[in-house]
Every structure is written in C-alpha cells, then in structure tokens.
Design a binder for this molecule. Structure first.
Ligand code: SF4
Ligand code: F3S
Length: 104
C-alpha cells in the first residue's frame, strides 16, 4: 500500500485525490490519509503530490505512518474531489515537526 506521511500536514494540496482510481483518500482538517486496505498499490498518486508526502509502506521507518493512515481512514470522511488548498500551504512545505504541532 501507499500511505500519506507528515509533509502533507498543513500543505494538503489534494492533487492525489484527483488521480486515485479507487477513491481511497480520507480527509482530516490538516491532512489526508490513505486507507491501506483499499489502496490497490497503483502508485499514480505518488508523483502527483507537490509536497512529496506519499510513500510506499515498504520504505523503512514508516510504521508509525502506516498506523496513522489505518486508524484515521476509519474515522475521517472519504474525499473524492479536490477542494481548496490552504492559502499558506507553501509556508509549511518541508517544515519539521509538523506532526507534533499540527496533526488534526
Ligand atoms: Fe490510490 Fe493508487 Fe495512490 Fe493507492 S497508490 S492511494 S490506489 S492512487
Ligand atoms: Fe497531501 Fe500531497 Fe495529497 S500534500 S493532500 S498527499 S497531494
């Protein structure tokens, strides 16, 4: 499966949503997550993310993010269309520690 990782937080560009063939993105206030059981591993969303936040879960060190994607995709609503990007998205691109400060 592919998963969304921390640089999505407060960037939330949502380009990923437009390309997913199975609509498996779920929307929190500050980021999206992927439902790991619904993702068919097609990989098309990964290069679409301007924040480089989407990763295959086979990459090392992403166990925490796999759990977050699994947990919150069960809680947050499904999103199938790109909404308005945050006006200050660029200010947060690459900022460290976003999970601790802004995850929601
Ligand atoms: Fe959707 Fe494919 Fe991305 Fe999985 S890898 S979230 S199926 S676009
Ligand atoms: Fe987030 Fe990238 Fe999608 S910033 S909303 S994973 S396009």
């Amino acid at each position: 499966t592919y998963i969304v990782t921390d640089n999505c937080i407060k960037c939330k560009y949502m380009d990923c949503v437009e390309v997913c063939p199975v609509d498996c993105f779920y929307e929190g206030e500050n980021m999206l997550v992927i439902h790991p059981d619904e993702c068919i591993d097609c990989g098309v969303c990964e290069p679409e993310c301007p924040a480089d936040a989407i990763r295959p879960d086979t990459e090392s060190g992403l166990e925490q993010w796999l759990e977050i994607n699994r947990k919150y995709s069960e809680i947050w609503p499904n999103i199938t269309e790109k909404g308005d990007q945050p006006a200050d998205a660029k200010d947060y691109d690459g900022v460290p520690g976003k999970f601790e400060k802004y995850f929601s």
